[in-house]
Design a protein around this ligand. Sequence first.
Ligand code: HEC
Ligand code: HEC
Ligand code: HEC
Ligand code: HEC
Length: 221
Amino acid sequence: MKTRVLLNSIMLLSVLFPAVLIAQDNITAQQVQDTTQQQNQDTSKKDDPQQTKRKLLMIRKGNRTVHKYVGANECQPCHSSEEIGDQYRIWNKSKHADAYSVLASPKAIKIGKERGIDNPQESDSCLECHITGFGHPQSEKDSSFNQSEGVGCEACHGPGSDYRAMEIMRDRDKAIKAGLAIPNEQTCVACHNENSPTYKEFKYDNFLKKIAHPVPDTASM
Ligand code: HEC
Ligand code: HEC
Ligand code: HEC
Ligand code: HEC
């Protein structure tokens, strides 16, 4: 009987939790990432509902393990090779790397004016989707990080301070525990949605192809 009650409350919590996410109206890419990571880390401790509940409340308060944003330049040394793949260069040529600078373009200035915004590069209502780590305090950003990189690696893969070391990167499970996020469609639609003043219909498969940056099959690391 008692086990049954415990099981029910676990199920209830896991049903409620996604609802909590959806209920926030201004959810950002980072928030989706943060909770996904936290859920990954939590799966080992599902046996104690009190513990699970406490953790869920902590997540909602944003009281999680803090990994810092280090910036795409810190990923470049390893992710610019024939062996692992040239993810850095592919990203750097993509529109994501221009996401901050595009906010200074005549088009951005015009969009801003229509909304009473003087400088889109200083307005949260634009930066929200045009930089990495939006909504995270300065204390969660390493000195190597600069928001002018736009939508950098860590906007999709999570803050890298604790997973970027070679011994961790080589071990996918360790990397995920240290904050690496494996992005999915949810990651994208946190920004690619109708709150974008220039919204273009988002089709995951098509858009994914446009930003593809695979590890070559020959990778032997
Ligand atoms: C010290 C070298 C090094 C640095 C720095 C580094 N990586 Fe990696 N990364 C690797 C290696 C090695 C792999 C494994 C490649 C393979 O699959 O063979 C890897 C794999 C990955 C993967 C694939 C994970 C998977 O299994 O799907 C992602 C994503 C990734 N790195 C992102 C980053 C990001 C973002 C940064 C910067 C914050 C970064 N890496 C910095 C070496 C590095
Ligand atoms: C943090 C917000 C954010 C996230 C997360 C994000 N994007 Fe973007 N994306 C942008 C912005 C902003 C632009 C436009 C940048 C520019 O034009 O300079 C963009 C542009 C693009 C473009 C180019 C579109 C064009 O008009 O040519 C593609 C393709 C794209 N994103 C795919 C994706 C995919 C796939 C994902 C998820 C894996 C993703 N994005 C996640 C903000 C984001
Ligand atoms: C909800 C996320 C989001 C917000 C908020 C946002 N953008 Fe964007 N922005 C995007 C995405 C995603 C793209 C890529 C095109 C699209 O919307 O599908 C983009 C593209 C752009 C582009 C390039 C468009 C082009 O066709 O060349 C400009 C300019 C721009 N945004 C300006 C702004 C300005 C100015 C603000 C603030 C008033 C803003 N954006 C707010 C997500 C956002
Ligand atoms: C807009 C979101 C986005 C950005 C920015 C981004 N990635 Fe990714 N990355 C993804 C997605 C989505 C996947 C998984 C694609 C799939 O499902 O196969 C991925 C996969 C990877 C992989 C594994 C590829 C494989 O074949 O297993 C590596 C390595 C990687 N990213 C590194 C990086 C690095 C380094 C940067 C910055 C230089 C970066 N990514 C920027 C979304 C992003």
